[in-house]
Design a protein around this ligand. Structure first.
Ligand code: MG
Length: 386
């Protein structure tokens, strides 16, 4: 079981004084290290504020209490920081990566991303992870001397969590040995980056159950099909029989999710500690060479996979979700076609760009759900989404 709560940065953590630095050299800040500074830049960015009106699973207008990309990102940061502290990893870096990890998401969640990717097939495609990196490297316009936020290598490395080989080669050509290098030589990102990836999955599995039940698309009893959930629900009811009353259904749901979430967190901490003991990495770079170290135990990984496939089948592919998804796809495709044939309909900084298809993709990807719906109505005269 867990022993102490580490208060120090372990040797295998990313130490800010050993950062590989920024693409444009800057004078150090007097009171903040580089990762704290990265986090602050992310929080103040335009793309970060837009996350509040971007879909996680349920479209933004469908209800006030569903997760948005913003609240999802905050939950990932919270989970990531708790785990980082217990493992002696760098909390500031974890927070920066977690808050930035979804900045490149299109409006309307995965439906938007898939459609934009289809529209962009002839022009290099569209990947949301790569887009998150584009946002912080190029698209934010806040500083007099450079594009983007000029974040540290380690934060950018964590943001680029997946990348197709074709795109990795393009980045590598621009930035030899940089953030895309690991996709070409098969090494791992920092432990902090590995952690954010897992914290993301822990967060969305839990909150999608909550939102799914809240929406009425999933029922509590239906969730008994998921062994991980059923186990904690049974334990909760044994200890709190009063929660079996229908009027207490919400408390039963929350308590079950809370226990499930905590055990996943403890499982990651325990398993990762075992891996660290086996491999003994003495620096962040040694950890990058040791294969994935931040992980679930195999039994927990299996249960998490089962939960994921349940959610996929019963929530993400629910007919009601699919119907709004279909409308969202039409909105994105028609917006893309409209701007491609009439670039002057975009704001001037995008219409002035030479590579029109990429400018259109960047423009659409940056939109909130409601702005995209409004623009679609302006350009086509049809209102497909509320
Ligand atoms: Mg995410």
């Amino acid at each position: 079981m867990l022993s102490s709560i580490a208060a120090v940065l372990e040797a295998y953590a990313c130490h800010p004084e050993q950062t590989r630095g920024r693409r444009h050299a800057e004078v150090p800040a007097p009171t903040r290290n580089d990762f704290q500074r990265d986090r602050d830049r992310i929080v103040h960015s335009t793309a970060f504020r837009r996350l509040v009106y971007k879909t996680q699973v349920f479209l933004n207008h469908e209800g006030d209490l569903f997760r948005t990309r913003l609240t999802h990102s905050l939950e990932v940061a919270q989970l990531g920081r708790s785990i980082a502290r217990a493992l002696g990893l760098n909390e500031d870096l974890v927070e920066a990566v977690a808050l930035a990890h979804d900045l490149g998401h299109t409006p309307f969640g995965h439906a938007g991303q898939d459609t934009l990717n289809e529209c962009m097939q002839a022009y290099g495609g569209f990947e949301h992870n790569l887009q998150s990196l584009r946002v912080v490297d190029h698209l934010e316009e806040r500083y007099p001397e450079f594009d983007g936020l000029n974040l540290s290598f380690e934060t950018r490395e964590g943001i680029l969590k997946h990348c197709a080989k074709r795109n990795a080669l393009l980045i590598e050509a621009q930035e030899p040995g940089g953030v895309a290098h690991r996709f070409l030589n098969g090494t791992q990102p920092s432990l902090e980056a590995q952690l954010c990836n897992l914290a993301d999955a822990i967060a969305y599995n839990a909150h999608d159950i909550d939102d799914g039940v809240r929406s009425g698309l999933l029922t509590l009893s239906q969730m008994d099909e998921v062994p991980l959930f059923a186990h904690y629900k049974t334990v909760t009811l044994q200890q709190h029989p009063g929660l079996a009353d229908a009027s207490k259904a919400r408390r039963l749901l929350y308590e079950t999710i809370r226990r499930m979430l905590s055990d996943q967190v403890y499982d990651v901490i325990d398993t990762t500690r075992q891996h660290l003991t086996q491999h003994q990495p003495q620096s962040a770079d040694e950890a990058r060479l040791s294969g994935p170290l931040v992980a679930f135990s195999e039994p927990m990984a299996q249960q998490v996979r089962e939960m994921k496939s349940f959610l996929f089948k019963h929530l993400y592919r629910h007919p009601q979700v699919m119907e709004t998804t279909a409308n969202a796809q039409v909105v994105v495709r028609e917006l893309f076609d409209a701007y491609l044939s009439s670039p002057q309909e975009m704001s001037s900084d995008f219409s002035a760009r030479e590579e029109t298809p990429r400018a259109v993709a960047d423009y659409i990807a940056g939109m909130t759900d409601r702005y995209a719906a409004k623009e679609h109505e302006r350009l086509t005269g049809r209102r497909l989404l509320a």
